[in-house]
Design a protein around this ligand. Structure first.
Ligand code: FAD
Length: 361
Protein backbone atom coordinates (compact mmCIF):
# COMPACT_ATOMS: atom_id res chain seq x y z
CA UNK A 1 0.00 0.00 0.00
CA UNK A 2 1.23 3.52 -0.81
CA UNK A 3 1.40 5.40 2.48
CA UNK A 4 2.14 8.77 0.90
CA UNK A 5 -1.28 10.19 1.76
CA UNK A 6 -4.98 9.68 1.40
CA UNK A 7 -7.58 11.29 -0.79
CA UNK A 8 -9.07 13.45 1.95
CA UNK A 9 -9.08 17.22 2.14
CA UNK A 10 -6.47 19.28 3.96
CA UNK A 11 -9.06 19.71 6.72
CA UNK A 12 -9.63 16.01 7.13
CA UNK A 13 -6.80 13.87 5.78
CA UNK A 14 -7.63 10.20 5.15
CA UNK A 15 -5.34 7.67 6.73
CA UNK A 16 -5.36 3.91 6.51
CA UNK A 17 -5.36 2.81 10.18
CA UNK A 18 -5.44 5.08 13.19
CA UNK A 19 -4.08 3.55 16.39
CA UNK A 20 -5.23 5.32 19.57
CA UNK A 21 -2.39 5.03 22.09
CA UNK A 22 1.30 4.30 21.83
CA UNK A 23 1.69 1.87 24.76
CA UNK A 24 2.83 -1.74 24.23
CA UNK A 25 -0.41 -2.75 22.47
CA UNK A 26 -0.52 0.24 20.13
CA UNK A 27 3.17 0.11 19.26
CA UNK A 28 3.10 -3.66 18.58
CA UNK A 29 -0.05 -3.24 16.49
CA UNK A 30 1.45 -0.44 14.41
CA UNK A 31 4.64 -2.45 13.93
CA UNK A 32 2.80 -5.57 12.75
CA UNK A 33 0.38 -3.60 10.56
CA UNK A 34 3.23 -1.70 8.90
CA UNK A 35 5.08 -4.98 8.30
CA UNK A 36 1.98 -6.45 6.67
CA UNK A 37 1.77 -3.55 4.22
CA UNK A 38 -0.70 -1.27 6.02
CA UNK A 39 -0.13 2.41 6.82
CA UNK A 40 -0.75 2.98 10.54
CA UNK A 41 -0.70 6.30 12.36
CA UNK A 42 -0.24 6.15 16.14
CA UNK A 43 -1.75 9.05 18.06
CA UNK A 44 -0.21 9.15 21.55
CA UNK A 45 -1.40 11.74 24.01
CA UNK A 46 1.80 12.09 26.06
CA UNK A 47 4.29 14.47 24.46
CA UNK A 48 7.25 12.58 25.92
CA UNK A 49 7.76 9.13 27.36
CA UNK A 50 6.21 8.65 30.82
CA UNK A 51 6.50 5.89 33.42
CA UNK A 52 3.00 4.36 33.64
CA UNK A 53 1.72 2.44 36.65
CA UNK A 54 3.08 -1.06 36.12
CA UNK A 55 4.99 -3.68 38.11
CA UNK A 56 7.43 -3.76 35.15
CA UNK A 57 7.77 -7.56 35.39
CA UNK A 58 8.14 -9.34 32.05
CA UNK A 59 7.66 -13.10 31.73
CA UNK A 60 8.77 -15.36 28.89
CA UNK A 61 5.61 -14.64 26.86
CA UNK A 62 6.40 -10.91 26.78
CA UNK A 63 10.03 -11.68 26.00
CA UNK A 64 8.93 -13.89 23.09
CA UNK A 65 6.85 -11.07 21.57
CA UNK A 66 9.60 -8.49 22.11
CA UNK A 67 12.04 -10.81 20.34
CA UNK A 68 9.71 -10.97 17.33
CA UNK A 69 10.16 -7.21 17.10
CA UNK A 70 13.93 -7.50 17.49
CA UNK A 71 13.98 -6.27 21.11
CA UNK A 72 15.82 -8.09 23.91
CA UNK A 73 15.38 -7.12 27.60
CA UNK A 74 19.08 -7.54 28.41
CA UNK A 75 20.02 -5.12 25.60
CA UNK A 76 17.58 -2.58 27.05
CA UNK A 77 19.24 -2.80 30.46
CA UNK A 78 16.58 -5.00 32.12
CA UNK A 79 17.44 -6.84 35.35
CA UNK A 80 16.92 -10.63 35.28
CA UNK A 81 14.62 -12.07 37.96
CA UNK A 82 14.84 -15.73 38.88
CA UNK A 83 13.33 -15.78 42.38
CA UNK A 84 9.91 -15.10 43.82
CA UNK A 85 9.08 -14.33 47.44
CA UNK A 86 5.68 -13.89 49.06
CA UNK A 87 4.98 -12.55 52.53
CA UNK A 88 2.01 -11.73 54.73
CA UNK A 89 2.28 -10.86 58.42
CA UNK A 90 4.82 -13.32 59.88
CA UNK A 91 4.53 -15.85 57.03
CA UNK A 92 6.82 -15.91 54.04
CA UNK A 93 7.65 -18.20 51.11
CA UNK A 94 10.55 -18.18 48.67
CA UNK A 95 11.08 -20.17 45.49
CA UNK A 96 12.82 -20.17 42.12
CA UNK A 97 10.66 -19.02 39.23
CA UNK A 98 10.05 -21.67 36.55
CA UNK A 99 11.56 -19.23 34.02
CA UNK A 100 13.73 -16.12 33.95
CA UNK A 101 11.67 -12.96 34.23
CA UNK A 102 12.90 -9.44 33.65
CA UNK A 103 12.42 -6.09 35.34
CA UNK A 104 12.37 -3.26 32.83
CA UNK A 105 11.05 0.27 33.43
CA UNK A 106 8.15 1.02 31.13
CA UNK A 107 9.68 4.33 30.05
CA UNK A 108 12.55 2.39 28.44
CA UNK A 109 10.42 -0.40 26.98
CA UNK A 110 7.65 1.80 25.59
CA UNK A 111 10.18 4.12 23.93
CA UNK A 112 11.95 1.14 22.31
CA UNK A 113 8.63 -0.27 21.07
CA UNK A 114 7.62 3.04 19.50
CA UNK A 115 11.03 3.34 17.84
CA UNK A 116 10.49 -0.12 16.39
CA UNK A 117 7.05 0.80 15.06
CA UNK A 118 8.49 3.96 13.50
CA UNK A 119 11.36 2.04 11.91
CA UNK A 120 8.83 -0.39 10.39
CA UNK A 121 7.03 2.53 8.71
CA UNK A 122 4.36 3.61 11.20
CA UNK A 123 3.78 7.32 11.63
CA UNK A 124 3.67 8.62 15.18
CA UNK A 125 2.02 11.81 16.46
CA UNK A 126 2.81 12.61 20.08
CA UNK A 127 1.27 15.14 22.42
CA UNK A 128 -2.19 14.86 20.85
CA UNK A 129 -5.15 13.04 22.33
CA UNK A 130 -8.01 11.37 20.49
CA UNK A 131 -11.15 13.01 21.85
CA UNK A 132 -13.77 10.98 19.97
CA UNK A 133 -14.12 8.41 17.19
CA UNK A 134 -17.40 7.90 15.35
CA UNK A 135 -18.42 5.72 12.43
CA UNK A 136 -18.66 7.60 9.16
CA UNK A 137 -19.68 5.75 5.99
CA UNK A 138 -17.13 2.94 5.65
CA UNK A 139 -14.60 4.42 8.04
CA UNK A 140 -14.08 6.56 11.10
CA UNK A 141 -14.30 10.26 11.77
CA UNK A 142 -11.82 11.06 14.50
CA UNK A 143 -11.57 14.24 16.50
CA UNK A 144 -8.26 15.18 18.09
CA UNK A 145 -7.90 17.47 21.07
CA UNK A 146 -6.17 20.14 18.99
CA UNK A 147 -9.59 20.46 17.30
CA UNK A 148 -8.48 18.88 14.04
CA UNK A 149 -10.20 15.90 12.44
CA UNK A 150 -8.88 12.89 10.59
CA UNK A 151 -10.67 10.25 8.58
CA UNK A 152 -9.47 6.67 8.97
CA UNK A 153 -10.43 3.44 7.21
CA UNK A 154 -9.76 1.34 10.33
CA UNK A 155 -9.54 2.21 14.00
CA UNK A 156 -7.48 0.41 16.65
CA UNK A 157 -8.37 1.26 20.24
CA UNK A 158 -5.21 0.80 22.34
CA UNK A 159 -5.73 3.54 24.92
CA UNK A 160 -4.96 1.06 27.68
CA UNK A 161 -5.90 2.12 31.17
CA UNK A 162 -7.60 5.26 29.84
CA UNK A 163 -11.21 5.39 28.72
CA UNK A 164 -12.14 6.50 25.22
CA UNK A 165 -15.68 7.80 24.82
CA UNK A 166 -17.89 5.20 23.19
CA UNK A 167 -15.62 2.25 24.09
CA UNK A 168 -16.86 1.06 27.45
CA UNK A 169 -15.17 -1.31 29.84
CA UNK A 170 -16.59 -2.70 33.09
CA UNK A 171 -16.99 0.29 35.44
CA UNK A 172 -15.25 0.60 38.81
CA UNK A 173 -12.21 -1.44 39.60
CA UNK A 174 -8.96 -1.17 41.47
CA UNK A 175 -6.56 1.73 41.89
CA UNK A 176 -2.93 1.16 40.90
CA UNK A 177 0.01 2.96 42.55
CA UNK A 178 3.66 2.94 41.59
CA UNK A 179 6.84 4.32 43.13
CA UNK A 180 10.51 4.04 42.25
CA UNK A 181 12.59 3.68 45.40
CA UNK A 182 16.14 3.37 46.58
CA UNK A 183 16.16 0.55 49.13
CA UNK A 184 18.63 0.44 51.97
CA UNK A 185 19.17 -3.32 51.53
CA UNK A 186 19.91 -5.39 48.40
CA UNK A 187 16.98 -7.13 46.69
CA UNK A 188 17.36 -9.94 44.16
CA UNK A 189 13.79 -11.29 43.84
CA UNK A 190 10.30 -10.21 42.92
CA UNK A 191 8.45 -9.95 46.21
CA UNK A 192 4.65 -10.15 46.43
CA UNK A 193 3.29 -8.41 49.51
CA UNK A 194 -0.49 -8.80 49.87
CA UNK A 195 -2.28 -6.93 52.64
CA UNK A 196 -5.81 -6.04 53.71
CA UNK A 197 -7.58 -4.57 50.63
CA UNK A 198 -4.50 -4.46 48.42
CA UNK A 199 -1.57 -6.41 47.08
CA UNK A 200 1.82 -5.02 46.23
CA UNK A 201 4.87 -6.12 44.28
CA UNK A 202 8.43 -4.98 44.93
CA UNK A 203 11.26 -5.82 42.61
CA UNK A 204 14.75 -4.64 41.74
CA UNK A 205 15.30 -2.63 38.59
CA UNK A 206 18.07 -0.95 36.61
CA UNK A 207 20.20 1.82 38.17
CA UNK A 208 19.65 0.43 41.68
CA UNK A 209 16.02 1.59 41.71
CA UNK A 210 13.40 -0.81 43.06
CA UNK A 211 9.83 -0.61 41.81
CA UNK A 212 7.01 -0.70 44.36
CA UNK A 213 3.65 -1.18 42.69
CA UNK A 214 0.28 -2.05 44.19
CA UNK A 215 -3.37 -2.59 43.37
CA UNK A 216 -5.82 -1.24 45.97
CA UNK A 217 -9.48 -2.27 45.99
CA UNK A 218 -10.34 1.05 47.62
CA UNK A 219 -8.91 3.90 49.70
CA UNK A 220 -5.37 4.02 48.29
CA UNK A 221 -2.86 6.10 50.28
CA UNK A 222 -2.22 9.44 48.60
CA UNK A 223 1.40 10.12 49.45
CA UNK A 224 4.78 8.42 49.46
CA UNK A 225 5.01 7.92 53.23
CA UNK A 226 1.47 6.53 53.46
CA UNK A 227 2.05 4.12 50.57
CA UNK A 228 5.31 2.76 51.97
CA UNK A 229 3.85 2.48 55.48
CA UNK A 230 0.75 0.64 54.24
CA UNK A 231 2.80 -2.02 52.46
CA UNK A 232 5.38 -2.25 55.27
CA UNK A 233 2.67 -2.80 57.90
CA UNK A 234 1.30 -5.86 56.13
CA UNK A 235 4.28 -8.17 56.65
CA UNK A 236 7.54 -8.56 58.53
CA UNK A 237 9.38 -8.98 55.23
CA UNK A 238 7.80 -5.84 53.74
CA UNK A 239 8.77 -3.84 56.84
CA UNK A 240 12.33 -5.14 56.62
CA UNK A 241 12.73 -4.41 52.89
CA UNK A 242 11.15 -0.97 53.03
CA UNK A 243 12.92 0.21 56.18
CA UNK A 244 14.94 3.30 55.17
CA UNK A 245 13.64 3.26 51.57
CA UNK A 246 13.86 6.63 49.82
CA UNK A 247 11.47 7.58 47.02
CA UNK A 248 12.89 9.25 43.93
CA UNK A 249 9.43 10.66 43.09
CA UNK A 250 7.56 13.39 45.00
CA UNK A 251 4.37 11.29 44.96
CA UNK A 252 3.25 7.88 43.70
CA UNK A 253 1.98 7.60 40.14
CA UNK A 254 -1.67 6.51 40.25
CA UNK A 255 -4.31 5.10 37.95
CA UNK A 256 -7.95 4.47 38.88
CA UNK A 257 -10.71 2.28 37.45
CA UNK A 258 -8.66 -0.85 36.63
CA UNK A 259 -11.27 -3.59 35.97
CA UNK A 260 -9.32 -6.74 36.84
CA UNK A 261 -10.68 -9.87 35.22
CA UNK A 262 -12.68 -8.02 32.55
CA UNK A 263 -12.54 -9.19 28.94
CA UNK A 264 -14.34 -7.59 26.00
CA UNK A 265 -17.20 -9.85 25.00
CA UNK A 266 -19.33 -7.77 22.65
CA UNK A 267 -19.18 -6.79 19.01
CA UNK A 268 -17.23 -3.81 17.74
CA UNK A 269 -16.43 -2.15 14.46
CA UNK A 270 -13.08 -1.04 15.86
CA UNK A 271 -10.20 -3.34 16.77
CA UNK A 272 -9.66 -3.42 20.53
CA UNK A 273 -6.34 -4.56 21.98
CA UNK A 274 -4.32 -4.43 25.21
CA UNK A 275 -6.13 -3.25 28.33
CA UNK A 276 -8.97 -2.12 26.06
CA UNK A 277 -9.59 -5.81 25.31
CA UNK A 278 -8.72 -7.62 28.56
CA UNK A 279 -7.34 -6.69 31.97
CA UNK A 280 -5.51 -9.47 33.77
CA UNK A 281 -5.04 -9.19 37.57
CA UNK A 282 -1.61 -7.64 38.14
CA UNK A 283 1.21 -9.80 39.52
CA UNK A 284 -0.80 -12.93 38.59
CA UNK A 285 -0.50 -12.53 34.80
CA UNK A 286 1.39 -10.13 32.56
CA UNK A 287 -0.75 -7.41 31.01
CA UNK A 288 2.18 -6.33 28.84
CA UNK A 289 2.51 -9.83 27.35
CA UNK A 290 -1.21 -9.81 26.53
CA UNK A 291 -0.99 -6.32 25.05
CA UNK A 292 1.95 -7.30 22.83
CA UNK A 293 0.25 -10.55 21.75
CA UNK A 294 -2.88 -8.66 20.66
CA UNK A 295 -0.89 -6.02 18.82
CA UNK A 296 1.21 -8.57 16.95
CA UNK A 297 -1.86 -10.62 16.04
CA UNK A 298 -3.42 -7.60 14.38
CA UNK A 299 -0.90 -7.55 11.54
CA UNK A 300 -1.85 -11.15 10.68
CA UNK A 301 -5.58 -11.03 11.35
CA UNK A 302 -6.87 -7.49 10.73
CA UNK A 303 -8.06 -8.51 7.25
CA UNK A 304 -10.70 -10.80 8.75
CA UNK A 305 -12.45 -7.86 10.45
CA UNK A 306 -12.84 -6.84 14.09
CA UNK A 307 -15.25 -9.58 15.25
CA UNK A 308 -13.16 -12.45 13.88
CA UNK A 309 -10.02 -10.79 15.22
CA UNK A 310 -11.57 -10.46 18.69
CA UNK A 311 -12.64 -14.14 18.65
CA UNK A 312 -9.07 -15.23 17.87
CA UNK A 313 -7.61 -12.93 20.50
CA UNK A 314 -10.14 -14.11 23.10
CA UNK A 315 -9.07 -17.71 22.49
CA UNK A 316 -5.39 -16.74 22.73
CA UNK A 317 -5.86 -14.94 26.06
CA UNK A 318 -8.31 -17.40 27.65
CA UNK A 319 -5.63 -19.41 29.44
CA UNK A 320 -3.84 -16.57 31.28
CA UNK A 321 -7.21 -15.02 32.19
CA UNK A 322 -8.51 -18.36 33.52
CA UNK A 323 -5.49 -18.88 35.78
CA UNK A 324 -4.81 -15.31 36.85
CA UNK A 325 -8.34 -14.25 37.80
CA UNK A 326 -8.82 -16.72 40.68
CA UNK A 327 -5.24 -16.17 41.80
CA UNK A 328 -5.89 -12.42 41.99
CA UNK A 329 -9.08 -13.00 43.99
CA UNK A 330 -7.27 -15.33 46.44
CA UNK A 331 -4.51 -12.75 46.88
CA UNK A 332 -7.03 -10.02 47.57
CA UNK A 333 -9.27 -11.94 49.96
CA UNK A 334 -7.11 -14.59 51.66
CA UNK A 335 -3.49 -13.34 51.47
CA UNK A 336 -2.37 -15.33 54.53
CA UNK A 337 -3.67 -18.60 53.09
CA UNK A 338 -1.93 -17.94 49.74
CA UNK A 339 1.44 -17.28 51.38
CA UNK A 340 1.20 -20.27 53.77
CA UNK A 341 0.18 -22.57 50.90
CA UNK A 342 3.06 -21.30 48.73
CA UNK A 343 5.45 -21.92 51.64
CA UNK A 344 4.18 -25.48 52.13
CA UNK A 345 3.81 -26.42 48.44
CA UNK A 346 6.17 -24.24 46.34
CA UNK A 347 5.40 -26.23 43.14
CA UNK A 348 1.82 -24.88 43.29
CA UNK A 349 3.02 -21.28 43.07
CA UNK A 350 5.47 -22.23 40.33
CA UNK A 351 2.69 -23.97 38.40
CA UNK A 352 0.51 -20.87 38.64
CA UNK A 353 3.35 -18.60 37.51
CA UNK A 354 3.91 -20.83 34.48
CA UNK A 355 0.22 -21.27 33.57
CA UNK A 356 -0.67 -17.58 33.62
CA UNK A 357 1.38 -16.95 30.46
CA UNK A 358 0.11 -16.20 26.99
CA UNK A 359 0.72 -19.17 24.72
CA UNK A 360 3.07 -18.02 21.93
CA UNK A 361 1.49 -17.86 18.47
C1 FAD B 1 -0.84 -1.93 39.51
C2 FAD B 1 -0.49 -2.55 38.17
C3 FAD B 1 0.64 -3.36 38.06
C4 FAD B 1 0.94 -3.95 36.83
N1 FAD B 1 2.06 -4.74 36.74
C5 FAD B 1 2.36 -5.35 35.58
C6 FAD B 1 3.54 -6.13 35.45
O1 FAD B 1 4.34 -6.26 36.37
N2 FAD B 1 3.76 -6.76 34.26
C7 FAD B 1 2.89 -6.65 33.22
O2 FAD B 1 3.14 -7.26 32.18
N3 FAD B 1 1.79 -5.88 33.30
C8 FAD B 1 1.50 -5.22 34.45
N4 FAD B 1 0.41 -4.41 34.53
C9 FAD B 1 -0.49 -4.30 33.37
C10 FAD B 1 0.09 -3.41 32.28
O3 FAD B 1 0.46 -2.16 32.82
C11 FAD B 1 -0.96 -3.21 31.19
O4 FAD B 1 -1.60 -4.42 30.90
C12 FAD B 1 -0.32 -2.68 29.91
O5 FAD B 1 0.24 -1.42 30.16
C13 FAD B 1 -1.36 -2.58 28.80
O6 FAD B 1 -0.78 -1.99 27.68
P1 FAD B 1 -1.67 -1.09 26.71
O7 FAD B 1 -0.79 -0.70 25.57
O8 FAD B 1 -2.96 -1.73 26.47
O9 FAD B 1 -2.02 0.22 27.59
P2 FAD B 1 -1.14 1.36 28.24
O10 FAD B 1 0.18 0.84 28.64
O11 FAD B 1 -2.01 1.97 29.28
O12 FAD B 1 -0.91 2.39 27.05
C14 FAD B 1 -1.96 3.14 26.52
C15 FAD B 1 -1.40 4.39 25.86
O13 FAD B 1 -2.48 5.11 25.26
C16 FAD B 1 -2.32 6.51 25.50
N5 FAD B 1 -3.66 7.11 25.44
C17 FAD B 1 -4.67 6.90 26.30
N6 FAD B 1 -5.78 7.56 25.88
C18 FAD B 1 -5.43 8.20 24.73
C19 FAD B 1 -6.15 9.04 23.84
N7 FAD B 1 -7.45 9.35 24.04
N8 FAD B 1 -5.49 9.53 22.76
C20 FAD B 1 -4.18 9.21 22.54
N9 FAD B 1 -3.47 8.40 23.37
C21 FAD B 1 -4.09 7.90 24.44
C22 FAD B 1 -1.67 6.57 26.88
O14 FAD B 1 -0.99 7.79 27.05
C23 FAD B 1 -0.74 5.35 26.84
O15 FAD B 1 0.55 5.67 26.37
C24 FAD B 1 0.09 -3.75 35.71
C25 FAD B 1 -1.02 -2.91 35.82
C26 FAD B 1 -1.31 -2.30 37.03
C27 FAD B 1 -2.51 -1.40 37.13
Amino acid sequence: MDCAGGAGSAHRPVIDVLVVGGGPAGAAAAWSLARSGRCPLIVERSASQTEPVCGQFLGPDAVHSLARMGLYPADLGAVPITRLMLAHRHARAAMDLPFTGWSLPRRTMDAALLDCAGAAGAQIRRGVSVRSADRDNDGWRIRLDDDTWVQARDLVVASGKHALRGFARRPGGSVGLKLHLRLSCPLDATVLLPGRGFYAGLQPGPDGLANLCAAFRSGPPGDVAGFIAKVAQASDLGAQLLDGAVSVQPRPTAIAGVPYGWMFGGRSQAFRIGDQFAVVPSFCGDGVAMALAGGLLLGEAAGSGPDAFHRTLRARLAKPMRWAAPAGALFAHTPGLVVRTAALIPPLARLLAAQARVVPA
